[in-house]
Design a protein around this ligand. Structure first.
Ligand code: BTN
Length: 286
């Protein structure tokens, strides 16, 4: 994939930073390479998740990858948009077909988030946290997000498309997302630009590994790794549920990945689906 150059200095910069599909494909590790049923790098696309959701599903146990750094109609959770103008972020989607629906499918995004954070650790961007269920947080600001969607099951098999959006270079460093939430990019967080093709290849490896482990073990294999990444732990929060709002303090996740909220009533409330609408104080240092 290559950007074209013209008199726009921004585009010139894009030419130097855009993704190289061949290099990424050649850079993936053994596991992902052995399961790769499709790989497409786009100079521009509306949404890599939409693309894979409308593409032929990979065979059971195989992955299909679509990526870009220029997404024009990116989607986030709950119908929100995900903005990623040319060169500003990595947009990576991976489709995987499970032979049958795995245990705790709703918590797959949490496991994928752990894989992404650990991949970033390995590349020097250490300490990314996760805001249940799908936000990647760095320096208390949003670094990226994950959108997991499932295609209709066919003969028991189920194909999941997971899309990761990571802010790479927002140029102004830290912007207001317009929703009153701070955002950050990887360049500022890591203190230097990361090699984008290597980043994409390692993320594909991590995502593939997560899918394969999840298939046999569900969230159980990941639960112990959650607490140290849990950005909501000990924070005051208000979460919007289908019919009501719940206010309390983040108290970790259950074995199946449900968010636990201490509402002060003596028992923790379990939340399996909802949107965090506000957070308050940070937890005290341990
Ligand atoms: C969120 O924060 O709500 C999730 C954002 C997910 C964005 C990624 S970018 C790659 C993939 N394609 C999309 O349209 N969305 C996901």
């Amino acid at each position: 994939m290559s950007g074209s150059c013209c008199s726009n200095p921004g585009l010139h910069r894009l030419t130097m930073t855009s993704l190289d599909g061949d290099a990424i494909r050649a850079g993936v590790g053994e596991l992902a390479a052995s399961r790769l049923a499709g790989f497409e790098a786009f100079a521009e696309i509306d949404s890599t998740n939409s693309y894979l959701m409308h593409s032929e599903a990979p065979a059971i146990g195989a992955i299909r990858v679509a990526l870009t750094d220029n997404q024009t109609a990116g989607r986030g959770r709950h119908g929100r948009t995900w903005q990623s103008p040319a060169g500003s972020g990595l947009c990576l989607s991976v489709a995987y077909t499970f032979g049958r629906q795995p245990r705790d499918l709703a918590a797959l995004t949490l496991a994928l988030g752990l894989g992404v954070a650990e991949t970033l650790d390995g590349l020097g961007a250490e300490g990314v946290q996760l805001k249940w269920p799908n936000d990647l947080m760095a320096d208390d600001s949003k670094l990226g997000g994950i959108l997991t969607e499932a295609q209709a099951p066919s003969r028991g098999a189920i194909t999941v498309v997971t899309g990761i959006g990571i802010n790479l270079d927002l140029r102004e460093g830290r912007l207001d997302s317009g929703l009153g939430r701070k955002v950050i990019d990887l360049e500022r967080f890591a203190g230097e630009p990361l090699e984008r093709n290597k980043l994409a290849a390692r993320l594909i490896d991590g995502i593939c590994e997560t899918f394969v482990t999840y298939e046999t073990s569900g969230f159980e294999a990941f639960a112990a790794r959650w607490p140290r990444r849990d950005w909501l732990l000990g924070r005051g929060l208000t979460i919007s549920l289908a019919q009501e709002q719940l206010t309390g303090v983040g108290a970790g996740v259950a074995e199946d990945g449900a968010l636990l909220v201490d509402t002060g009533s003596g028992a923790f409330s379990r939340v399996t689906s909802g949107t965090i609408v506000s957070t308050a104080f940070a937890r005290a240092a341990p």
